[in-house]
Design a protein around this ligand. Structure first.
Ligand SMILES: *Cc1c(COP(=O)(O)O)cnc(C)c1O
Length: 468
């Protein structure tokens, strides 16, 4: 399998060439040149696989360099990689009692968010590549929430990598911040920036475009610009799909709609690849009130008015994004790799997918309703998806025809968002051993990057000062 840029400027790259990269040199995003199509026979085989084994099978289609070795070795590596997750199956699909709400719980990783699923795998694969090449890398991540702690924890497992996490001051929860600032690993560095996550993304992009820095430090990008992350976000759509059809006792042709809490669209990009590989799935894209993807779908214009500076702070803060950069990959796939005709892509996109917006008020109502009706507590991101399901129920929409079975994706554990749980007036305390353990850990040094500083210079100095 070869990889190319969505903008056509690069092609014929191997998985090893692109795995630690962010943007392609022409400013596009890397994508596989072909999308493997999965036979029904293979699907039937995959249906009975454990999650780690499924990851090995899917990685094998994209990594012609076989960085993890033979398929048996690769399975073993993935089993180890996911061994410290908080659920023996790695992820699971549950049905809430009462109203048939189905939830794909993707948040059983060490930082309790879905990003662990791909990031721990990417760190493992990247480490293997660096070992072979006898190189080190420096990962830089700007985060609006969960990417930071997940990437930091994942990179902490690497022998050949270190990481700087940039997080937007006041845009993430206390728990999310503590999940990063309490990591005691010499290769993990945390920087707090006075800006929002789209603004931090800009300095990140500038850093990676700096030839000098790139050469000397081997800069790695592990946010969802990274194509290896998207590849490792494919398996959970297959795995969840299989669990849904099992519980519905239907066959491999049964349509399933994934209702996705969406920010940058990385999750969606993984799903769109799974769909293009032949999985009969559809999507409903759920936004918080920043409504980036929703606005694009509804108006089919990539609005320039989406000024990075006016991102609203919401309860579902990991989705506080106005520029959902993974759209480019989504367009690429949906346009059948037509890199030119944006209009056509827009029309395809518009026709193919549905979208929904949940304001903070709706998020809180939805959390409360799940507690009252189902005795379940969900996180504010997950609530954007469940709100859509409630919307269908309340309007008595006969959704079988349009959506098949509906599964809402739970992207984070509610235990990460006690503030929102309290705001939703849920009369129970959420807790998780992973979060409770944070209380006993000292907060390690984090560095402040002020608004009036030259951020690129700041980052360069930081890198040389810490000898990264
Ligand atoms: C990152 C994140 C999202 C958004 O995912 P994208 O891939 O950026 O669309 C949603 N919920 C949670 C909890 C997240 O951490």
């Amino acid at each position: 399998m070869k990889f190319c840029s969505t903008r056509g400027g690069e092609s014929g790259k191997s998985f090893s060439d692109v795995i630690i990269k962010g943007y392609a040199e022409d400013g596009g995003l890397y994508v596989p040149e072909e999308i493997p199509s999965i036979s029904e026979e293979t699907l039937a085989k995959w249906k009975t696989m454990s999650y780690p084994d499924l990851c090995a099978a899917i990685l094998d289609l994209f990594d012609s360099d076989r960085l993890l070795g033979s398929i048996e070795q690769s399975r073993e590596r993935f089993r180890n990689c996911y061994a410290n997750f908080n659920h023996p199956e790695v992820l699971k699909v549950v049905e809430f009692p009462g109203d048939g709400t189905m939830i794909a719980e993707l948040f059983h990783g060490p930082t309790l968010a879905f990003k662990d699923l791909a990031l721990f795998g990417v760190a493992m694969i990247a480490d293997e590549l660096l070992k072979r090449r006898q190189r080190k890398c420096l990962a830089v991540v700007a985060t609006s929430g969960d990417t930071g702690s997940s990437a930091a924890r994942a990179v902490a497992t690497m022998e050949n990598g270190s990481i700087i996490v940039l997080f937007p001051k006041n845009f993430i929860t206390k728990t999310q911040e503590r999940q990063m600032t309490t990591i005691s690993s010499e290769n993990v560095h945390i920087v707090e920036g006075e800006g929002n996550s789209d603004e931090l993304d800009v300095v990140l992009k500038d850093l990676t475009r700096d030839e000098n820095l790139q050469q000397t430090h081997n800069i790695a990008i592990f946010n969802s610009i990274n194509v290896a992350r998207i590849v490792l976000q494919i398996p959970y759509f297959f795995y969840s799909y299989f669990r849904v059809i099992e519980s519905k006792e239907t066959g491999l042709d049964h349509a399933v709609t994934f209702v996705l809490p969406t920010g940058g669209g990385g999750n969606l990009a993984g799903g769109v690849f799974a769909k293009a590989m032949g999985l009969p799935i559809r999507f409903v894209i759920c936004n918080n009130s920043n409504a980036a993807m929703h606005n694009i779908i509804q108006t089919s214009t990539l609005s320039k008015s989406a000024d990075a500076a006016d991102v609203q702070k919401t309860l579902a803060c990991a989705m506080d994004i106005k520029v959902p950069y993974n759209l480019e990959r989504v367009f690429y796939v949906l346009s059948k790799k037509d890199t030119k005709s944006v209009k056509e892509v827009m029309e395809l996109f518009e026709a193919a997918e549905n979208s929904f917006v949940a304001t903070d008020e709706v998020i809180l109502q939805t959390m409360k309703r799940c507690w009252v009706k189902n005795r379940e507590i969900i996180c504010p991101h997950t609530a954007t998806a469940v709100a859509f399901y409630h919307h269908l129920l309340d309007n008595r929409v006969d959704f079988q025809q349009q959506f098949g079975s509906i599964v809402c994706v739970a992207t984070a554990s509610p235990a990460k968002f006690p503030e929102a749980v309290e705001k939703a007036k849920i009369d129970a305390k959420v807790s998780h051993p992973v979060i409770e353990a944070l209380d006993n850990l000292p907060e390690l040094n984090k560095t402040l990057m002020k608004r009036d500083e030259n951020w690129l210079e700041f980052m360069k100095k930081f890198i040389s000062k810490h000898n990264l």
